[in-house]
Write a protein that binds this ligand. Sequence first.
Ligand code: GLU
Length: 411
Amino acid sequence: MFNLAQNQFLQAAEIMGLDENLRDRLLFPQRTLLVSFPCRRDEYSEVETVFGYRVQHILTMGPTKGGIRYHEDVNLGEVSALAMWMTWKCALMHLPFGGAKGGVRIDPSKLSRSELQRLTRRYTLEIFDMIGPDKDIPAPDMGTNAQVMAWIMDTYSLQIGHAVAEVVTGKPPVLGGLEGREEATGRGLVYLIQETADHLQLDLKHSSAVIQGFGNVGRNAAKLMAQLGTRIIALSDVTTGIVNRKGLNLTAVIEHVENTGSLKGCPDCDEISNAEMLELECDILIPAALQNQITEDNAARINCRLIAEGANGPTTLEADAILAERGIFVLPDILGNAGGVTVSYFEWVQNTQEFAWTLEETNNRLHKMLTDAFHRTLQRSVREGVNMRTAALIEGIHRVAEAKLARGIFP
Ligand code: GLU
């Protein structure tokens, strides 16, 4: 995954003619922390050693920003790739942050609530010196949520001696979190799909969508797409995929997931594998699960007009080339899922100022910033004859390079 992030960067750097010295400075993270620590199970006698990471890619732009991922396969390469993408994402969105990411190598679904809390508090202490409202501000990512952020905020605040809401974003609203933060990534993706649909002259009321992943991003995107009148024909989670070409009844699906915990056994649909689902004929394909899903092995069989990336890194470079040749429009991850960090920025600003905006204000500002970034990217893509991913990367890299040159080198 780190190779993918580096190679995407190098390709964009080559096209934009980036200075070699700058290129080398941006190719690796500035700060990397790898820790191992004990996680005591509820069975008092059992202690597991787990690995945790926090990576800060670029410190030039302001504090660093990025989520914390709990997943059994997380490793330093993955976290470093995600940190690098955060840098370009924040710069593309004109947010005053560099990129960071954290991770703990554990499957959170196998932990009790008290185990999850202990793990989170210990991990927070392990990375304590690296984070802070002016240094590095974590947020939710895969496998973490508002409750995990609340425990991080509490652990950090106890060390400092007073409540520090602005040390994390994506908190519960009662602790200074924003009402619209949880759905912001999905909402942002749908705002961008609307802009893209206008550009491609795609009528969303008569379109179909396939969504891979039914976590925070996939579920919210599905809800909002359905509200726009788009037929959701297939969905998936870690247990299964489900399909109904006439359109799934989303209310019934959500009710089933709330009752049983997964998509398995959903009424009025057929089961389908994740791999088959990605190749279904549809107008919009939304990968909102894991990285590395659209590769040179299946890119030639992807059968849609638009790929809107909710996940980070779902498409490989080889697949990108095949998709471009086939005329499939890609809304790249660093733009597609930027709604999350943008509303995180709003949360941090409001915490710092101790002043709250309304949900309407949050969503209006999100819409404005995303459509602005979309049109800047689209214009660059057309002007320079590059695909949307490269255009978005160049937008981000350009801004970071300019800031680096303006700051100069010490001593
Ligand atoms: N984890 C999210 C992302 O990949 C959000 C990060 C944030 O809000 O800081 O963009």
